[in-house]
Design a binder for this molecule. Structure first.
Ligand code: 3H9
Length: 706
């Protein structure tokens, strides 16, 4: 039974003594005002109808109910509220059955928890993921879930934001009955009629008593301590625990009132705004003009050129998506190393009991190693992941041009080289595109799809299709040095270097950025990635570096000593005996002091707030340039790039959303203030100036024209 936008949001029918209430609100049956109103009305009618003995609630289409309508948040709330609807369901004098297929999430699960009996079909997914939006279950979920599944399990479900399968939900006590197959209406009717035949009565979740309150409260205390330690300043998780504590300590009505008050606080929070922005932006990025206009080409077999860390990671990502993968290396030794790199990933999973030897063998059956380009004659798409050198890449593309079948997509995984120039060495630039994976490529979500001038629209559409298959977050980028992410990164890393040379220690900078919400600070990241990588790039660019640009040599001084970071046992930090968390190094501080003295810089004091301001302002100013030049389609594409590939704290929504929330006039004010020290580096982005002059924000540019 699919959804039908021509029909009402709630469709009511009667099958014998059972009133069937079907939610019909594409795409995910979200609980919009029309749905809430329809549900409430249908229930009231069912209660008043002597012919009706039971009520069955189902969803049309692929899901039961995906939750409250997130798009309505922030608008004036129109009655009936979801809490009222849930209370109405629970209070019904006829038995109410929820038949769940697909997602029953957030408010969707809250509707089911208010029903008297719950049936789940095999593909059902049940969860209270509000925490992912900076919220808590606000329609009785924090009060009813603990009564059904136990206090600790319910709190963990809400804090984790993950889904339970139908069987796991039944084991947890959320579901009474599993249907083996069928559609929700027939399975739900069979269950409702069975219950009626047994003389089943309304069974209200609110009436379940929570026993052993002392143990429950002690468990919640332990969860609160753990959450406070792990969640890096997130607001709603601790509020969830407060609500669940209220469920233990207070009568249902009072607990629910507490839940409503704390839900309202979460709804007002900046973190909620950031997380909702992230939710929609991640879905918006795939909507690019080419993906709408063109049909993707075939995508069954792919080839990866190069079996290094990156090539192997890409091969694993493709194998995991069920694709046939050919890996090409130049000689027997290199291809053996490439295969070992692939197998290492699966062996790691086997060691952690997350994969069996048989499953590995099944995956590896789709993998073909080769040292000859001839085997890739028939593949649909090739991803080149060889050494980052334009001449080597051009040679590979000449070879691909010679061997690949007409219409094959030829992609490069370069992270900053000129893809137009690479495409230019082939006779088919319309087939050449950039697919910039992030390391480790089988894990990192971001995929920058870099669109050179001559590529055809269906190749871009194919790249987006590939991203979907690989379950990556695709972001469309234009060609420039570093595309979206690495170009902007280069600028804010420079701001961090200036801060360091001007007086802040790398440890203070890292600490300030961790407090902002990053999992690691920039100097920790350098140590983790290996200082030698950036050093090699700096040496390569030395000849072409603009002499007017301020250049900080501290990192070079550190690299000259072989202090390449974690792998070397020291970098900006010390890692005694292979420690993973570094310690501050007085010798690094002495190097920094010496560099400052050499340049005649007297160190200044920077507060954590000063550090964040400079770091973020540099990021936002460059991001504005990237949007203005069309390298990113919209500000939200920059946001998703940083959320998915650079560890940007999700609750801040991304750099552009962060800037909007600060106020662009304030951000521009900071750029202008800093530009007094260094007008070249802190040159305001014209787009930032324009938006401030027009009283607009970055979000105003998120709508694609046409
Ligand atoms: C809540 O319930 C609060 C309550 O406790 C208390 C209230 C008082 N609303 O993900 P997809 C859109 S908070 C509006 O690609 P899938 C989405 O933007 C909510 N729109 O599909 C997209 O639109 P478009 C708790 C929504 O099949 C389209 O639907 N619930 C909502 O891969 C398809 O989405 C959640 O957090 C929504 N709730 O996955 C669940 N959800 O086509 C959030 C989706 O214009 N949703 N859209 O781009 C999900 O996890 C997934 O969407 C779901 C389907 C698993 C349902």
């Amino acid at each position: 039974m699919s959804t039908d936008s021509k029909l009402p949001a709630v469709i009511v029918s009667r099958k014998g003594g059972v009133k069937v209430i079907a939610i019909n609100n594409s795409p995910v049956n979200a609980l919009s005002q029309a749905v809430r109103e329809g549900l409430a009305e249908a229930l009231q009618r069912a209660n008043a109808d002597a012919e009706v003995q039971a009520v069955l609630i189902v969803g049309r289409g692929n899901v039961f109910i995906g939750g409250a309508d997130i798009r309505e948040f922030g608008q004036p709330r129109k009655p009936p509220l979801l809490t009222e609807v849930c209370n109405l369901i629970e209070a019904s004098n006829k038995i109410v059955v929820a038949a769940i297929h697909g997602a029953a999430l957030g408010g969707g699960l809250e509707v089911a928890l208010a029903a008297h009996y719950r049936l789940a079909l095999p593909e059902a997914k049940l969860g209270l993921p509000e925490v992912n939006l900076g919220l808590l279950p606000g329609a009785g979920g924090t009060q009813r879930a603990p009564r059904l599944m136990g206090v600790k399990a319910a709190a963990e479900l809400m804090l984790g934001g993950k889904h339970l399968s139908a069987t796991a939900a039944q084991a947890a006590g959320l579901v009474d009955r599993l249907a083996e197959s069928g559609d929700p209406v027939s399975a739900g009717l069979a269950y409702a009629n069975e219950l009626l035949a047994q003389g089943a009565q309304p069974r209200r979740t609110r009436d379940i008593a929570i026993v052993d309150k002392a143990t429950a409260l002690a468990e919640l205390d332990a969860l609160a301590a753990d959450t406070a330690k792990k969640n890096r300043g997130l607001f709603s998780p601790l509020k969830i625990i407060e609500c669940v504590s209220a469920a233990v300590e207070l009568p249902f009505e009072e607990g629910s009132a507490r839940e409503r008050a704390l839900f309202a606080e979460c709804l007002e929070s900046a973190q909620h705004a950031g997380l909702v922005h992230a939710f929609f932006a991640e879905r918006e990025v795939a909507k690019v003009p080419e993906a709408k206009a063109a049909t993707p080409r075939a995508l069954g077999r792919i080839a990866v050129i190069g079996g290094g860390t990156m090539g192997a990671g890409i091969a694993v990502a493709a194998l995991d998506a069920g694709l046939q993968v050919v890996m090409i290396e130049r000689d027997a030794e290199s291809i053996a190393r490439g295969q070992a790199n692939v197998e290492k990933v699966y062996d790691g999973l086997i060691a952690k009991n997350r994969m069996t030897e048989d499953a590995k063998a099944a995956v590896m059956a789709s993998y073909t190693p080769s040292t000859s380009y001839e085997v890739i004659k028939e593949v649909d798409l090739v991803i080149e992941a060889v050494f980052e050198d334009i001449e080597i890449k051009k040679a590979v593309f000449r070879e691909l041009d010679r061997t690949c079948r007409p219409g094959a997509v030829l992609a490069t995984n370069t992270s900053y080289l000129d893809i137009d120039a690479i495409a230019g060495v082939t006779s088919r630039p319309q087939d050449v595109i950039g697919l910039h994976f992030f390391s480790p490529a089988n894990i990192m979500k971001l995929l920058e799809i870099v669109v050179p001038a001559k590529v055809s629209a269906d190749v871009v559409a194919t790249a987006f299709e590939l991203a979907k298959k690989l379950r990556k977050v695709p972001v469309r980028a234009g060609v420039c040095d570093g595309f979206i992410g690495n170009r902007i990164l280069a600028v804010y890393r420079q701001a961090a270097d200036y801060l360091m040379e001007d007086g802040a220690s790398p440890y203070e900078i890292d600490e300030a950025m961790r407090a902002f919400g990053y999992p690691m600070g920039p100097f920790q990241v350098t140590d983790l990635a290996g200082g030698d990588i950036g050093w090699a790039a700096r040496k390569r660019r030395a000849a072409t570096r603009d002499p007017r640009v301020r250049y900080v040599e501290i990192a070079d001084r550190i690299c000259e000593r072989g202090w390449f970071g974690q792998k070397a046992g020291r970098g900006f930090y010390l890692y005694p005996q292979g420690a993973r968390v570094g310690q501050a190094d007085p010798e690094v501080l002495a190097i920094i002091d010496a560099e400052r003295a050499r340049k005649g810089i007297s160190p200044r004091k920077f507060s954590a707030d000063d550090i964040v301001r400079r770091y973020m302002t540099a990021m936002v100013n460059e991001s504005a340039k990237v949007v203005e030049e069309g390298i990113a389609l919209r500000p939200l594409d920059v946001d998703v790039t940083f959320l998915s590939g650079y560890g940007f704290p999700r609750f801040r929504g991304g750099p552009m959303k962060w800037a909007d929330m600060q106020g662009l006039d304030k951000v521009l004010g900071d750029v202008l203030e800093f530009s007094k020290e260094d007008p070249l580096f802190w040159k305001p982005a014209p787009l930032l100036e324009k938006l401030v002059a027009e009283g607009k924000n970055f979000s105003s540019l998120n709508q694609l024209k046409g």
